[in-house]
Design a protein around this ligand. Structure first.
Ligand SMILES: [Zn+2]
Length: 454
């Protein structure tokens, strides 16, 4: 608890209706709903809070909202903190599983239910509220603040790097706070310093012009076997990724990173119980721990397999087509294109030139150098608000997001903090945040801005 606690709550309550109005707009980027309206609404919120704002849309895609707040009289205008947020949300489906109307924010048991409240509209609003509260306080705004609020995060941010590259000067900042953050199952605030990247592939093979009677299996191979054999060469039965040159791409973590991971709390038994796992964790057979696997190593996953007859009863056939979806989560050292190159070369070398491999989508990984001073600022300010033993630094989240371009074009350390909790249900029905977490989120941003500027 800090001396900002009361004012954070006061300004959060004062602006609650504004947050609700933002939540009422159906900003479903996948369906192009409410985009222009929301971008204008967000821009107006920034202006009403005393900032400058502009919509950038000259490079295609949904508009990017730029925001700027100048440091107050007693503040340090040589320092700038950038917030990254997004104003778009996931589709509300399945609607019949919602207990409230998804776009009518509803308070039940001290929680706000609405699509987009956790991901990411309340986080955006908590930052605006923190700025307003600081401006109204005797301290004033302690540093410059900028906003980059995009409308395509939920569809993979296809245009974000274009805007970051062209407008690198406009968004220039010393540090960046990412869109979100969440408390874990033990009520600890998890501050994330990065994201894993992803490379998503489709592997397919065609072995004949038509499906063939399976009596011909005596002399003819089929697509299903070919693909299964090809896949079996990329990961062995002990879960080691066996693609030549793949392991070597990984950048060795620093001592500090290894130490951070060793101390990262992870409950194996809870994972096994939660999912009702029928097998031990794969790290039982790997030369590194579960914690290291989650944070420091890439994955190699068959996400889907399709071939031949899978209906009721029997059908004897040689399938002529087979297809697999493969997802690879990336850590520093791996990029989607280079992963494609080593996979392609590996398949060719193993004699599987006939397996067609396509990179469907890719996002590069990003990890902030945790020896940066800003990491200590974010952690220490969080400890003041959440408690000394209630804050965890995670090197990179297991998930993926468009951080890489911010590192590339703006060269800033990036850390995530926010107002969600373990049952916020982002992307799911009944998405919610707890109002108490929202107040704390505002308070944390206030303390953080003050800490960063001093
Ligand atoms: Zn999302």
């Amino acid at each position: 608890m800090t001396h900002y606690q009361a004012i954070a709550k006061e300004y959060a309550d004062k602006n609650m209706e504004e947050l609700f109005n933002l939540l009422r707009i159906e900003t479903v980027s996948a369906q192009g709903r409410g985009i222009r309206e929301t971008s204008e609404f967000v821009s107006r919120i920034i202006q009403d809070a005393g900032g400058e704002s502009e919509l950038l849309d000259d490079l295609g895609g949904h508009p990017v909202v730029y925001g700027f707040f100048k440091a107050g009289e007693q503040g340090d205008a040589s320092k700038t903190l950038l917030f990254y947020n997004h104003y778009d949300v996931q589709p509300e489906d399945p609607i019949d599983e919602w207990q409230t109307a998804p776009f009518e924010p509803t308070i039940i048991d001290d929680k706000i239910f609405a699509r987009g409240v956790s991901d990411n509209k309340a986080n955006f609003m908590s930052r605006i509220v923190a700025i307003q509260a600081l401006v109204a306080s005797e301290d004033g705004l302690p540093c410059n603040v900028k906003f980059f609020v995009e409308g395509e995060e939920e569809i993979g941010s296809p245009n974000i790097d274009l805007y970051l590259e062209k407008y690198a000067d406009k968004f220039k900042a010393d540090v960046c706070i990412w869109e979100s953050g969440s408390k874990d199952s033990e009520e600890r605030m998890v501050i994330s310093a990065g994201v894993k990247g992803i490379a998503y592939f489709e592997a397919s093979i065609e072995s004949a012009d038509i499906d063939i009677h399976s009596s011909q299996a005596a002399v003819i191979d089929n697509a299903a076997w070919r693909l299964v054999h090809a896949l079996s060469t990329i990961r062995d039965v002990n879960h080691n990724i066996t693609i030549e040159g793949f392991k070597e791409m990984r950048i060795e973590p620093t001592e500090q990173e290894i130490e951070n991971v060793a101390n990262f709390p992870y409950n194996k038994a809870a994972t096994i119980k939660t999912y009702g796992l029928k097998h031990p964790l794969i790290t039982e057979q790997l030369p590194y721990t579960a914690e290291e696997a989650l944070i420091l190593y890439p994955t190699m996953t068959i996400s889907g397999l399709l071939s031949g007859y899978t209906g009721q009863g029997t059908k004897t056939v040689l399938p002529r087509k087979a297809m697999a979806k493969i997802d690879v989560r990336l850590v520093p050292g791996y990029e989607p294109e280079t992963v494609y190159e080593v996979m392609r070369a590996h398949l060719d070398k193993q004699g599987f030139q006939d397996v067609h491999l396509e990179l469907l989508t890719g996002v590069k990984p990003f990890r902030t150098d945790i020896s940066d001073d800003f990491v200590a600022d974010v952690i220490n300010s969080a400890k003041e608000v959440y408690g000394d033993d209630q804050v965890i630094l995670e090197l990179n989240s297991a998930g993926t997001g468009p951080m890489f371009g911010f590192g590339q074009y703006l060269d800033v350390p990036i850390l995530g903090a926010g107002t969600s909790w373990v049952k916020s249900g982002a992307h799911a029905p009944n998405e919610n945040i707890r109002i108490a977490d929202y107040y704390q989120g505002v308070e944390h941003i206030m303390v953080l801005l003050k800490t960063f500027a001093s």
